[in-house]
Design a protein around this ligand. Structure first.
Ligand SMILES: [Zn+2]
Length: 261
């Protein structure tokens, strides 16, 4: 079985001491692709090195909409977008992300700047025929509006917390994908999404180290197996069918050939 984690942050300091083990455990669990998502210049560069070192790691570079001045060194978003575009042009990226909009952790005064960066990153993705992995917390409607308005078609909405009806509409009418975290069992929205979204639009993620299935613990990529278990039960599939379905969905989104065993 090929499990997929389309959204994780293995560059986080909580993985610094045992990254080899975390990745070995994920491979042992059956993960074929771990898409590590960048947030700012430092993580973006670390991810490129990580992808050289571990075959299972696939790079997605981006700029996180919640760039709080006290959490990262100041940087030029324009220069970073140029850097990301250069990597994309060299065929080094699987996706653009993390990118998007946030209205939960930061205020309205940041919205215009967030939208500018998001739009630029979407343009880079479209120019190089890459999917975008999108953060949309408390800005779900606006994210949808922008993506549709600008004709962005290869989209994964990660950890989507908007209305389930909106997710259904975006999946059915726009063909957008939704990656469901490993804590889906304790979240009603994710349960309903697993139950009602078209089967061919569902993906799995962890957002590790965050969103652990057990509150307060460190999450890690191998936990995508929990979402698959849950997905299988809700949709009356075997574990293997659920896993295959997500694997096929992932290959379709990122345009990889589907390898059947
Ligand atoms: Zn994330």
């Amino acid at each position: 079985m090929s499990y997929i984690d389309i959204h994780t942050h293995l560059t986080h300091e909580r993985f610094a001491a045992d990254l080899d083990t975390v990745i070995a455990n994920a491979i042992a669990r059956g993960l074929s692709h771990i898409v590590v998502n960048g947030l700012e210049p430092r993580s973006n560069r670390t991810i490129l090195a990580m992808a050289q070192q571990y075959e299972v790691v696939q790079p997605a570079l981006g700029i996180y909409p919640v760039i709080l001045p006290d959490t990262v060194e100041p940087f030029s978003t324009a220069d970073e977008i140029t850097f990301i575009a250069t990597q994309a042009a060299q065929g080094k990226l699987l996706a653009i992300g993390e990118c998007g909009l946030d209205g939960h952790l930061v205020g309205e005064e940041t919205f215009a700047a967030q939208e500018r960066v998001f739009l630029h990153l979407c343009e880079v993705a479209m120019q190089h025929d890459l999917p975008v992995i999108v953060h949309s917390r408390k800005r779900e409607r606006r994210v949808a509006e922008m993506l549709i308005h600008h004709g962005v078609s290869r989209v994964n909405l990660h950890c989507f917390c908007g209305k389930v009806k909106l997710a259904q509409r975006l999946a059915e009418e726009q063909g957008y994908y939704f990656s469901i975290p490993a804590n889906s069992r304790v979240n009603q929205g994710f349960q309903r999404m697993l139950a009602t979204l078209p089967l061919d639009r569902i993906l799995t993620e962890t957002d590790a180290p965050w969103l652990a299935p057990v509150r307060g613990e460190r999450n890690e990529p191998q936990n995508v197996a929990l979402t698959i278990e849950h997905f299988a039960i809700i949709r009356n599939l075997s574990q293997e069918e659920a896993c295959q379905q997500v694997y096929r969905n992932f290959c379709n989104l990122v345009k990889l050939p589907i390898i059947t065993s």
